[in-house]
Design a protein. Structure first.
Length: 550
């Protein structure tokens, strides 16, 4: 006689709890313990709800435990039956119930996660890894007490590809301990790419950059050391992401977002592919940031060809720390000369452009069609001759540049004096000048301040950190600061070797013209107590608008 299972099935009383530790107590002792264990506050849960998060955090792995014969297996079968009859858990697309009793029989065989279900379900042989990209799959391993596998979670290898073969024991430890497979990582990154492309404010770009950073081999090694776990970085995964973004570039008529993402992949071959794609559609791009990548000679030369294109309207080119040398920089400068009117910002910091490239860059700056507003050349090994050439070129075309960064170069006497001549020019509208660690002598500094005093109303930020201007230099600078036309907002004088006398001159000048300065860095100088008192008096001035003091 057939009986409806739903009518005779008794719902098992299940409670939430347990930290996953092994309970070595015999079942009889467990039963005895329940007779005297005091009543505790337990959270009951229905079997069909065990994967439904109550705290907002997704539940991936569940272990049910209880004495033998209490009904764990029947509850699992009822879970499957309700899913088949479309009563519950319809977010799950596929369920594979795999009893340990039968898994024991195939443990000596090497198989993959994709092949494992085929031993039990014949109709899964046609399934491919890509079929599961968007599916939610549930594996049910029943009868843990019958398991004859070692399940060595500490020492078993980690797998990163569902097609990678291993013993059943290794496959199960990877599934249970929540190790991401290679394809799932790639799929996550692809989804993040799509979100980043749809984002208006770019906050997904930063998250994607974080994930891509974790995939780098150097960071994988660091994670292994910190966490004591096995991690692996696959170059084919990163290349797959590059190819995916390249496809997005071709599909997107305005590809700025795609380009920004590809530049964060830190792959030399990706830079080559990127520029090749841009050459076929150059007219939309306005900003290109390849900083901290390695475009190599091939990528640099292709980029030069792009910049030559009259249809290229690039306004911002950032190549900071790209390991590019004189040949590539020369090619880039030459290309910019042939198409100079669009570029507004150029960053070549922390590269080695060499003399010939700096000379060509000077020719670009000399061009009346050049509208460059921001030039970053920090730590470019530029010497006196190169700086002199740049300053001379800028003097012939001074009205556009708003920011000049020559930090960590050696402009020398002639370079700084020519720069001072540029600053004197009434057409010069420079707002930000950075000369950190430029070996400025007292004579050069005197010329520099003289230039600034002749045309003080535009400069808003001055960085002189690491130059030994001393008390004499501080006094010269104070003459500029007390000028009513001086509108300086940020002044950096860290490690400038001045003492109480220099500090007194600066404080006095700022007290006579206190309303503009917002940020002042005097760190690593010998100010003593009297110098600090003078600064305190400055801060008491009601006109003082200082927001940051170091």
């Amino acid at each position: 006689m057939k009986v409806n299972g739903n009518k005779i099935y008794t719902e098992l009383y299940i409670t939430v709890g347990g930290g996953g530790e092994v309970n070595n107590q015999h079942e009889v002792k467990q039963i005895e313990a329940t007779s005297w264990t005091p009543v505790t506050h337990e959270t009951p849960i229905k079997c069909n709800d065990i994967f439904k998060a109550s705290s907002g955090r997704a539940i991936r792995t569940v272990l049910t435990k209880g004495v033998a014969g209490i009904g764990k297996t029947v509850s699992v079968q009822k879970f499957i039956l309700d899913w088949v009859e479309e009563k519950d858990n319809q977010d799950v697309h596929v369920i594979f119930p795999l009893p340990f009793r039968e898994l024991n029989l195939i443990n000596k065989k090497n198989t993959s996660l994709m092949e494992l279900p085929q031993y039990f379900f014949m109709n899964t042989k046609e399934l491919r890894a890509t079929d599961f990209d968007d599916l939610k799959v549930l594996f049910i391993f029943d009868g843990l007490d019958e398991c004859r596998l070692s399940l060595d979670f500490q020492n078993n290898d980690s797998l990163f590809d569902e097609t990678e073969s291993a013993s059943v024991d290794v496959l199960l430890t990877n599934l249970i301990k929540d190790i991401e497979t290679k394809s799932s990582i790639t799929d996550l990154l692809k989804r993040e790419v799509d979100k980043a492309l749809q984002s208006e404010n770019g906050h997904w770009d930063l998250y994607l950059l974080f994930l891509l950073g974790l995939s780098l081999e150097s960071n994988q090694t660091l994670l292994r050391d910190i966490l004591g776990t096995q991690t692996e970085s696959r170059s084919d995964s990163k290349q797959e992401i590059v190819e995916y973004i390249k496809m997005k570039i071709k599909d997107n008529p305005s590809p700025e977002k795609s380009i920004n993402l590809l530049c964060k992949c830190s792959i030399g071959e990706g830079c080559v592919a990127l520029v090749s794609a841009l050459r076929s559609n150059p007219s939309h791009l306005r900003e290109l940031d390849l900083s901290w990548n390695k475009p190599r000679d091939s990528g640099g030369k292709l980029l030069s060809d792009l910049l030559k294109d009259p249809h290229c309207k690039l306004e911002k080119l950032l190549l900071c720390k790209c390991s590019i040398g004189e040949d590539v920089c020369t090619a880039l400068a030459s290309s910019l000369r042939s198409n100079p009117s669009n570029l507004r910002e150029l960053n070549l910091s922390h590269n080695k452009p060499g003399h010939s490239a700096v000379e060509l860059l000077s020719y670009l700056l000399n061009d009346p069609h050049c509208k460059l507003e921001k030039l970053q050349l920090s730590n470019c090994c530029i010497g006196e001759e190169g700086c002199a050439a740049l300053a001379t070129a800028l003097r012939s075309n001074p009205s556009h540049l708003r920011e000049l960064n020559l930090n960590y170069n050696k402009p020398g006497v002639s370079g700084l004096k020519l720069l001072a001549g540029l600053l004197k020019d009434p057409h010069c509208k420079l707002e930000k000048l950075q000369l950190c660690d430029c070996f400025i002598t007292e004579e050069c500094f005197k010329a520099l301040v003289s230039g600034l005093r002749s045309n003080p109303s535009h400069l808003r930020e001055l960085n002189l950190n690491g130059n030994e201007i001393g008390d004499t230099g501080a006094k010269l600078l104070s003459d500029l600061l007390q000028d009513n036309y001086c509108k300086l907002e940020k002044l950096q004088l860290k490690l400038c070797k001045f003492q109480e006398e220099g500090c007194a001159a600066l404080a006095s000048a700022l007290r006579s013209n206190p309303s503009h300065l917002r940020e002042l860095d005097l760190s690593n100088n010998k100010l003593d107590d009297s110098g600090m008192k003078l600064l305190s008096d400055l801060l008491k001035e009601w006109k003082c608008k200082l927001e940051k003091l170091q």
